[in-house]
Design a protein around this ligand. Structure first.
Ligand code: ADP
Ligand code: MG
Length: 665
């Protein structure tokens, strides 16, 4: 073995810098985060050649004291943390005191900085860790930092830099992420002398999204605003009708910090389960806020990973927040018929209802048209708030609160306000509130129903609780059926089309789900299952979740679990799979961050069952049957998408029809 050497400072500085600074985008991330921590209202980022030769960040933040400039460039020098206790409550983006030292070790740095009440500022130059200049000078308030020739002294790293355009794109994506997290700051991004991003600041979350992603994306969004215990989620998700082929547009922030988190992604997608096509992904910009002691951001040097003290709570907040958002958005898509699109040919007019239907379907499949430049979302008149009730956690106190404000006022980075309505939900074991019973339909002869059994009308325990006293719903009038597929109804001044197969499928799905959850049976002989360490740990951590899905699991030593009870669907005729297989699947899901094991286990089974037993398009149904079905759909807010994510209902207002027929201008 060779002799053990204590490394030279210049060598270990380079090694340490390598952890923090991987590429130009990592430099920008660290420096812009410093500007945000400094309370800047305007931040300008300028790069040339993908950042490899030139990067300049200018801010109007608090600046640095002249004497402290050299200290800021020392490793582990920070103004943000003083003692070990502070590490449990990190309010700033930076806290490791490594960025400036790392950047200075691998490039040529120039800094100009001035505190607001100082008469003179300071100029400072440092290259490869060696100080070259430290002088007093006149300069504007705030800080400007220039980085030239990144990795000029680490040729090995330089070799791994990608093409300028790729590095530049990475920086662009990063600036967008930062701008979305901080709508209160005006960001400007200048790439090779061209301004490519300019956000207005001012704190409006929606307009930040609008500037970054453009109109089309912004229009597809629905607001999310939900709290559970001390964790909140606010922001926007895409409508279930506007989906993506990948996860590129999923942005999560925890206390203002962009993070990548399997828990968050899975919870989002669980929130969309049964509302979105399989294989498609929702987009989102979601800001999760929580007391800083409940999350650990010191997991990786780049601080994009995060650990949560109460994973299930974070999962639930996002999952239910998203479900509520979808529920409250008017999923019966308005069909907007633009005047200029009206066909004038006589032949077209004759086949009026066909055109109408085609247009309606087209409108559902595309983003709404006929909307003005300014996004309408935040200014829409308030509607009653409805809350999705998690099956396993009764929602007890639900109160509509004033505009959302993060409680941790001392944290300057999470003081974003949202004009959207806020719903606060807290668990309280003692005070269970009954969910409002939906009006029982009164079909004259239930015997006439081949498909819809009478129990459909009595089981209402799962109906969503109405938070505010909702104005009485106008009655639905069923007119008939077209193409043996769509039930035609009117309600007030709206024409409503309901896809009978999709609707019935969803109803069956919900019913079967309730039955399954409540059909646990003691097994004659308990089943022993051997799990690997990861699976076992996941089950051990979440044993309570198994009780919720009707499985009794006992942990024994040596990675073995015993199943003593399981839903009868496992054991009875046509059961989905063996309890053993189910436990392993659930353990894998939990280990992968998915806490919604009920859908993970039963989802496919329920889909198949629901689809097979449901009314089909082109079936011949009695009017009574169609009326009962339409009423059931109308009265149950959950039934807006079929289990595969296709929409169930479509509405056209009298106003739109009048416009279409040129009765009004
Ligand atoms: P950290 O951000 O983890 O504290 P850095 O190395 O990034 O460590 O910065 C060191 C210190 O330099 C910061 O704690 C802060 O006091 C100061 N600083 C860095 N950038 C700025 C800036 N743009 N404006 C004001 N102060 C800054
Ligand atoms: Mg920093």
């Amino acid at each position: 073995m060779a002799k053990i050497n204590l490394l030279d400072k210049s060598v270990f500085e380079l090694i340490a810098a390598g952890e923090v600074i991987e590429r130009p985008a990592s430099v920008i991330k660290e420096l812009v985060e410093n500007s945000i921590d400094a309370g800047a209202e305007h931040i300008t980022i300028e790069i040339k050649n993908g950042g490899s030769t030139f990067m300049r960040i200018t801010d109007d933040g608090c600046g640095m004291a002249f004497d402290e400039i050299p200290t800021a460039f020392l490793r582990h020098a920070t103004s943000k943390v003083k003692s070990a206790d502070d590490l449990d409550r990190i309010f700033t983006l930076g806290f490791r005191g490594e960025a400036l030292a790392s950047v200075a070790a691998v490039s040529r740095v120039e800094l100009l900085t001035k505190e607001h009440d100082a008469e003179m500022g300071g100029s400072f130059r440092i290259s490869g860790g060696e100080v070259e200049e430290h002088e007093r000078t006149g300069c504007p308030d705030g800080t400007t930092i220039i980085i030239r020739d990144l990795f000029y002294n680490v040729p090995a790293r330089q070799k791994f830099l990608k093409k300028d355009v790729t590095e530049g794109n990475q920086i662009q994506a990063l600036v967008d992420k930062l701008a979305l997290a901080h709508p209160e700051i005006a960001f400007r991004f200048i790439r090779d002398n061209k301004c490519v991003r300019d956000t207005s600041g001012g704190g409006d979350y929606y307009s930040a999204i609008y500037s970054v992603f453009g109109k089309q994306f912004a229009l597809s969004l629905i607001p999310v605003d939900f709290s559970l215990n001390s964790v909140s989620v606010t922001g926007y998700v895409s409508s279930p009708l506007f989906t993506r082929g990948n996860r590129a547009l999923q942005y999560f922030y925890v206390n203002g910090r962009y993070v990548r988190s399997v828990i968050c992604t899975t919870a989002l997608e669980e929130g969309f389960r049964n509302s979105i096509m399989v294989g498609k992904f929702p987009a989102c910009v979601l800001n999760i806020t929580m007391p800083p002691e409940l999350c650990d951001v010191n997991v990786s040097p780049s601080k994009t990973e995060v650990r949560f003290a109460f994973e299930k709570n974070v999962f639930d907040v996002i999952n239910f927040g998203v479900k509520n958002a979808i529920l409250n958005a008017d999923n019966r898509r308005d069909v907007r018929l633009e005047k200029k699109e009206i066909p004038t040919e006589r032949a077209d007019m004759r086949s009026g209802d066909k055109i109408l239907l085609e247009k309606a379907i087209k409108a559902v499949n595309s983003a709404p048209v006929g909307v003005d430049e300014k996004p309408p979302l935040p200014t829409e008149p308030p509607e009653p708030v409805r809350v999705f009730v998690p099956e396993d956690k009764p929602v007890i106190t639900v109160a509509e609160t004033a505009p959302f404000r993060i409680k941790h006022e001392e944290n300057p980075f999470v003081q974003q306000r949202f004009s959207a309505r806020s719903v606060t939900v807290e668990y309280d074991e003692d005070e269970q509130e009954d969910t409002a019973a939906a009006p029982a339909p009164t079909p004259e002869s239930q015997n006439a129903f081949r498909y819809i059994d009478s129990s459909s009308f009595s089981e209402r325990e799962e109906a969503p609780a109405n938070v505010t006293a909702e104005p009485e719903k106008p009655r639905l009038k069923v007119i008939g059926e077209i193409f043996y597929t769509y039930i035609v109804c009117t309600c007030g001044d709206e024409l409503i089309l309901i896809d009978k197969h999709a609707a019935h499928e969803r109803i069956r799905f919900e019913k079967r789900r309730t039955e399954l959850m409540t059909s646990s049976q003691l097994l004659a002989e308990s089943v022993r299952v051997t799990l690997d360490a990861e699976q076992y740990a996941a089950v051990a951590e979440h044993t309570d979740l198994f009780a919720d899905i009707g499985m009794d699991v006992v942990l024994t030593d040596g990675g073995i679990c015993e199943i003593t009870a399981a839903p009868s669907a496992f054991t009875g005729e046509g059961g989905a799979n063996s309890p053993e297989e189910m436990l392993i699947r659930a353990a894998d899901a939990l280990a992968g961050g998915n806490m919604n094991i009920s859908d993970e286990l039963y989802g496919d089974f329920l889909h198949t069952r629901a689809c097979k037993s449901a009314i089909k398009a082109h079936d011949i149904n009695s009017m009574a049957e169609l009326t009962a079905l339409a009423n059931e759909v109308w009265n149950d807010e959950r039934i807006r998408f079929c289990p595969h994510g296709r929409p169930i209902m479509l509405k056209l207002s009298e106003y739109e029809l009048e416009k279409y027929f040129s009765r009004i201008q």
